[in-house]
Each structure stands twice: as C-alpha cells, then as structure tokens.
Design a protein around this ligand. Structure first.
Ligand SMILES: [Fe+2]
Ligand SMILES: [Fe+2]
Length: 190
C-alpha cells in the first residue's frame, strides 16, 4: 500500500504536462481572438508569457541540464533551447506590434503553430528519454525544484530572463560560470 502511494507521487513530467495543457488551452483562446480588441489580445499574450517564460527557464535548468549531466544525446537539448529563444522573441515582437495588420497576423499564427509543435515534440521525444534516464524518485525530486523556481522567475524582467537562459545554456560542467550568471540574474531581478 505504502509502495503504491510512493509510486503515485507526481513527477516533474506530470507538472510539465499540466503546464503544457494550460499553454495549449491559452493558445486556442488566442487563436480564437486574433481579431478581438487589442486589450483582449494583449491580455491573452501576457497570460501566455506568464506561463511560457517561467516554464521554459525551470525546464531548462531542471530537465534539459540534468539530461546533459547524464550524457544523454544533447542535439535535441540545443534544439529545445533554440525553440525557447524563438518563442520568446516572437512573444516580444507580438507584444511590441500595436496594430493588427497582415504581418502581425502571420506572426501570431506562426507563434501558435511553433509553440504547439515545441510542446508536442517535448512530450513525444523528450519525455520517453527522461523516463529512461532517471528513476521515479529522481523525477519526484526534480518536481520540487521545477515548481519552486517558477514564482521567482515570473517576477523577473525580460532582460534577467534572457540572461538566465544564457546561464542555463552554459554547459553544466562550467559550474563557476553558471553560478556567476545566476548571481547576476538574482541581483538584476527587476
Ligand atoms: Fe520547452
Ligand atoms: Fe515544455
């Protein structure tokens, strides 16, 4: 009985899936409101950003970089980092463009398609590799770290988050560099 309870404790992949489901639902709402009033579109973009950015930073630190430490194939890790960077650049561009015009609409549709693609790729390709590389107990431990990071990341400004992404991308073996970047991010939080 006790054993069963331990096995049922949620892992980092369960919490990532919850975030992905929330993102998918917000993307659907955003798609349905591409012709809505600017305030409504902006509010939806802000909600997407508040989901996507903390999720991506915590995912890079807790999942991607732990995978790099166990010597898993890393091509898709860089691919994932690149897609995070592209998603956030698209978000900033959409937020900066005031009026709806052809280019805004094209970018909005591409942003939705690309983010859905990224989420699907993680669930179909990343998840099985993570399950193979770590025990259930390790994945439970990663869940705590993943969840505890997100509120702080949400409070940071865009520049700090860009620096944090670079900090995550630095290979984990370069711990001193990584710690230096983390300290900077903490001190420039806003
Ligand atoms: Fe991701
Ligand atoms: Fe993700």
């Amino acid at each position: 009985m006790a054993q069963k309870k331990i096995q049922n404790k949620r892992t980092v992949l369960d919490f990532i899936k919850d975030d992905h489901d929330r993102m998918r639902s917000l993307i659907r709402k955003f798609r349905d409101n591409l012709d809505a009033k600017p305030e409504k579109r902006s509010a939806l973009l802000r909600r997407i950003r508040d989901e996507v950015v903390p999720h991506a930073r915590a995912e890079e630190d807790v999942v991607y970089n732990n995978m790099r430490k166990v010597d898993a194939p890393t091509d898709w890790v860089y691919h994932g980092f690149l897609e995070h960077a592209e998603t956030e650049a698209q978000l900033h561009a959409l937020e900066a463009m005031e009026a709806i015009h052809v280019e805004w609409r094209k970018l909005a549709e591409k942003f939705c398609d690309d983010l859905e693609h990224h989420i699907r790729e993680e669930e179909e390709e990343l998840f099985p590799q993570v399950r193979a590389a770590f025990s259930h107990a390790e994945l439970e431990g990663m869940a705590d770290k993943f969840r505890s990071q997100k509120p702080e990341i949400r409070e940071r400004g865009a520049i700090s988050n860009t620096i944090a992404m670079v900090g995550n991308l630095v290979t984990p073996s370069l711990n001193e560099v990584q710690n230096f970047v983390r300290e900077k991010v903490t001190s420039w939080r806003h």
